[in-house]
Design a binder for this molecule. Structure first.
Ligand SMILES: Nc1ncnc2c1ncn2[C@@H]1O[C@H](COP(=O)(O)OP(=O)(O)OP(=O)(O)O)[C@@H](O)[C@H]1O
Length: 283
């Protein structure tokens, strides 16, 4: 990966012009609980967008709605202008990849094998071809390994390609998750708390990695509790509180918003009644 500490400036006005992801009026209810309440969010090409909010605000549920794990109760999610099918593998094929809050690597597989698993949506060879191990399969396999090694080099883990993933230090496991997600060649990468459990040094390295990924032309939507990380990285940040988006904007807009300060201090959000904090019984 690149070792730059200062990101290359994003060309003014170009990235903002092309919407990649457009979530509109997304609602997710679990019985009487409204976990996500009428959320609109756009990620444009070339952007790094942050999604923050207190615990239980609905951030991961919203991610799950974007990636087909959940079918939203209401609303639509478009990627490059097309409504996404509510099936995770089809969302991945369409160009969205994600990581999870809790690491989900194959512990007994090598680092390289974990990345190869992430490539399966980009592999055209079918089961029969794999069983026969014909020339088409062998060529695709060699190409796959080459691309996977390039990714490992990019994230700085090529020297550990043959190590079992369970033997990697925590910070490297998180990086490997990102490499596996990138193996599906996404246009948009969703990162769910990528620095959770990291020490400050690993967190700074993760910042550099996210900038380097954006410089490769991949847009990013990131959930994170580390405010410094979010404000260092993001062109724009949206704040979810009790399922609702209460504010969206640049660092100054978000930091100075009274509602955000109140939400983080734990006071009830004014006007937010039909929310994750309320159930049908309460209403
Ligand atoms: N499958 C589910 N069934 C019922 N309730 C759920 C389900 N998933 C999430 N919830 C509830 O929805 C609300 C939002 O949860 P979610 O995990 O999306 O919040 P979050 O903002 O990601 O929180 P955190 O920062 O703690 O990860 C919570 O009240 C949670 O208990």
């Amino acid at each position: 990966m690149t070792t730059q500490t200062v990101p290359a400036p994003r060309p003014e006005g170009t990235a903002a012009a092309t919407p990649l992801l457009e979530a509109s009026g997304v609602v997710m209810r679990f019985g009487g609980l409204t976990a996500v309440n009428n959320v609109d969010l756009t990620v444009n090409k070339g952007e790094i967008v942050g999604l923050i909010g207190p615990n239980g605000a609905g951030k991961t549920t919203f991610f799950n709605c974007l990636t087909g794990l959940y079918v939203p109760t209401e609303g639509t999610v478009r990627y490059q202008g097309t409504v996404l099918p509510p099936k995770p593998h089809l969302v991945t094929s369409a160009g969205i990849a994600r990581t999870f809050q809790n690491i989900r690597l194959f512990a007994n597989m090598t680092v390289l094998e974990n990345v190869l698993v992430g490539r399966h949506t980009r592999t055209k060879e079918g089961l029969l071809s794999a069983l026969l191990r014909g020339p088409g399969y062998k060529k695709a396999e060699a190409e796959g390994r080459e691309k996977a090694m390039e990714l490992l080099e990019f994230i700085g883990l090529d020297h550990k390609a043959d190590h079992l993933s369970r033997n990697l230090p925590y910070g490297e496991q998180r990086k490997l998750e990102i490499a596996r997600a990138m193996a599906s060649e996404p246009g948009l990468l969703l990162l769910d708390e990528p620095t959770a459990g990291m020490n400050p040094q690993e967190t700074r390295a993760a910042e550099e990695l996210v900038f380097a990924i954006r410089d490769k032309g991949i847009s990013i939507l990131v959930i994170e509790h580390d405010m410094r990380f979010i404000f260092n990285l993001c062109d724009r940040t949206a704040v979810l509180v009790q399922g609702q988006k209460i504010v969206e904007g640049d660092k100054e807009t978000v930091q100075n918003d009274e509602r955000v300060i109140t939400a983080y201090l734990g006071a009830p959000l004014e006007g937010a009644t039909d929310t994750a904090a309320s159930t049908e019984e309460d209403q």
